[in-house]
Design a protein around this ligand. Structure first.
Ligand code: M6R
Length: 613
């Protein structure tokens, strides 16, 4: 869940500045501590400390390093507290090897005890520190650095993206991956980069190689060689051209990535609408012939699944079960059938629980895996039968925003292909749904243009409240949960996102005068019953904040605050309301964070990509 970055060049460029800017673009992966090491004239130069990158930079001048090679790390603490000594890079006893690591060495305790018995001195509580010490031992046995790393990785259990410097190899960085992402960027003949994610070097180059599991790369200035660590043999890899725009990884004029990415939603949706019909058709055909269908993901991706299952079953006529990825194996272990299909959603394509779930399902019953992700070449793409890559562009804010909208849109497009193939609806009807789905970017644009003051005033009105209910019925339960998750993670409020019907079976006990209750209320078949639920909460003094369509009257009359989504109130638009309603809730969360002086891009304790169980 940490971020690693490396640079090696033969150009006259400020290596510290490049390393600092690169690692800053990965800060969404963790911000407990930061460290950079360069090597120059036979010495390692290390600066590291606990804290966010800007704070540490102020103290240590992280842009000032000598030499032409550096590696850097931003940490999300797992083993060992977020302190200076536990910050990466970690070195060996003789301080000639420096390592940055993203992942977990599961058997580090056993390895560490053995190393200590053999006289090694440890400085940190991390799992990572065993790696430089183990390499030191292997090199003492006479192996070169590359072979030593390969031998060390044979005894290390767990996951890793590693970047390693050694004073004896001053013109190289060695990188290796297993289960933790690593990509290589190159300016041929000049400079080579490695990083946990493409945006880290996007402003510098668009030529990229994706390292697969158990592959090693030796980076030299403007060159790279690849090896398979199981055979030690050299392998050939093809480079890819990254199509994301260069400013995609920058904040532009926005104060935060989260705000920028909320505003990018219309563009992201328009780009995703361009995905070929054939890709959607492949998914549609597989779903039409499947007996059991499950849809899975974590966090926001799970909530996109909750919307997606309604949208797809609307046309497929089959029940789709949404299961949290970490629960999938335990819930299906005795009943997963061969002719099943799993739709897996993951923005990053690296969430360990999602990957584990699909790998288990594939191995157990050879079920078909259909994945929707935002990242080309991510792990999920390797374990799936078919993949659709959404076109949201890089999402840097820790809170998922535009990628959620694009996931649901993709599920909408698949559902329309199903409708066309299944022919249960007449053509005109399908066209109406298609029109509604294709209008989602304009609806969001119109909302963003006209409602910011209303959202800000709502935030002010709610300033004293730190507990909320977010309630809805049917398809909108997913919206309530996702909107609630946003407010939780970026604004540190406590939210219960719940079924409005179930809320009276317990949660309603908490309601006192002015307790805020947010209702998500598009005028679908659940609307009349939802009115009853609004009244139940109003009768107990709750403050009602409702998200409704433009023409809404009944729930508006019962509400203290109404936020109107500018869309027609008919069944075609209702079906895609998980896309059009969500920006309003994202903005509510964003401005609440700002109001309470919280940085929405760096919520406490979070990392954007969760690669530990
Ligand atoms: O990359 P993924 O979509 O697999 O990530 C899943 C969750 O970790 C992610 O959605 C998380 O909940 C976000 N912080 C939500 O804003």
């Amino acid at each position: 869940m940490c971020g690693i970055f490396g640079v090696i060049t033969n150009q006259e460029i400020p290596i510290g500045k490049i390393a600092l800017e690169g690692i800053k673009r990965l800060e969404y992966r963790g911000y407990d501590s930061v460290g950079i090491v360069s090597q120059h004239e036979g010495k390692l130069f290390i600066k590291k400390d606990a804290g966010k990158i800007d704070e540490v930079h102020k103290k240590l001048k992280l842009d000032d390093f000598p030499g032409k090679v550096a590696i850097a790390h931003t940490r999300w603490a797992t083993h060992g507290a977020p302190t200076k000594v536990n910050s990466h890079p970690h070195t060996n006893c003789t301080n000639n090897i420096a390592v940055v690591h993203n992942g977990i060495i599961e058997n580090f305790m056993t390895l560490k005890k053995e190393l200590i018995r053999n006289g090694h001195k440890f400085r940190s509580d991390t799992d990572t520190e065993v790696i430089p010490h183990l390499i030191e031992d292997k090199m003492k046995e006479g192996l070169d650095l590359k072979e030593s790393i390969i031998e060390v990785l044979k005894i290390c259990k767990g996951s890793y993206g590693l970047a390693i410097l050694h004073l004896d190899l001053p013109d190289a960085i060695i990188v290796v991956r297993k289960e933790s992402p690593l990509v290589i960027g190159i300016e041929p003949g000049k400079t080579t980069y490695c990083a946990s994610d493409i945006p880290a070097f996007l402003p510098l180059t668009r030529i990229c190689y994706i390292l697969e599991d158990c592959e090693m790369a030796i980076l030299r200035a403007g060159e790279v060689d690849f090896f398979n660590i199981n055979t030690s043999e050299k392998i050939e890899k093809k480079s890819q051209q990254i199509e994301w725009s260069i400013d995609a990884a920058e904040k532009g004029g926005y104060k935060h990535f989260m705000l920028k990415e909320i505003y990018e939603q219309p563009t992201a949706l328009r780009q995703t609408l361009k995905i070929s019909e054939d890709e959607m058709k492949t998914f549609a055909q597989i779903l039409l012939s499947a007996e059991n269908i499950y849809i899975t993901g974590a966090g926001t991706s799970l909530f996109a699944s909750l919307a997606g299952k309604f949208i797809i079953s609307r046309f497929l006529g089959k029940f789709i079960q949404a299961i949290e990825c970490s629960e999938l194996k335990i819930q299906l272990k005795d009943c997963l059938k061969e002719n099943s299909v799993i739709i897996a959603l993951s923005q990053s394509g690296e969430t360990i629980d999602t990957i584990e779930a699909i790998r288990w399902a594939k191995k157990t019953q050879n079920v078909k895996i259909l994945s929707i992700t935002n990242i080309v070449g991510s792990s999920i793409t390797r374990y799936s039968d078919h993949v659709i890559i959404t076109r949201a562009g890089p999402e840097i804010g820790v809170a998922a925003t535009k990628t959620y909208a694009c996931q649901v849109l993709t599920l909408g497009l698949i559902s329309l292909e199903i409708a066309k193939l299944r022919k249960q609806e007449n053509e005109e009807e399908i066209q109406q749904y298609e029109k509604a789905l294709k209008s989602t970017p304009q609806i969001i644009e119109a909302f963003l243009e006209n409602n910011i003051n209303l959202i800000k005033n709502t935030v002010k009105n709610l300033e004293k409240h730190s507990n909320y209910f977010f309630l809805a019925r049917g398809i909108s339960i997913g919206i309530a949960k996702e909107g609630g998750l946003k407010l939780k993670e970026v604004a540190c409020r406590f939210i219960e996102g719940y079924s409005a019907a179930s809320a009276k079976h317990g949660p309603i006990a908490l309601v006192r005068k002015n307790f805020p209750i947010v209702f998500i209320a598009p005028p679908d078949e659940t609307y009349e019953r939802l009115i009853g639920n609004v009244m139940e909460f109003k009768a107990r003094g709750g403050k009602i904040i409702s998200f409704v369509v433009e023409s809404d009257k009944k729930i508006t009359e019962l509400s203290d605050i109404t936020i109107r989504i500018p869309q027609p109130g008919n069944k075609y638009f209702n079906l895609f309301s998980p896309i059009t309603f969500i920006p309003a809730l994202q903005l509510l969360a964003y401005y609440t964070a700002i109001f309470h002086n919280l940085n929405p891009d760096k919520p406490m304790n979070l990392s954007k990509t969760v690669t530990v169980h």
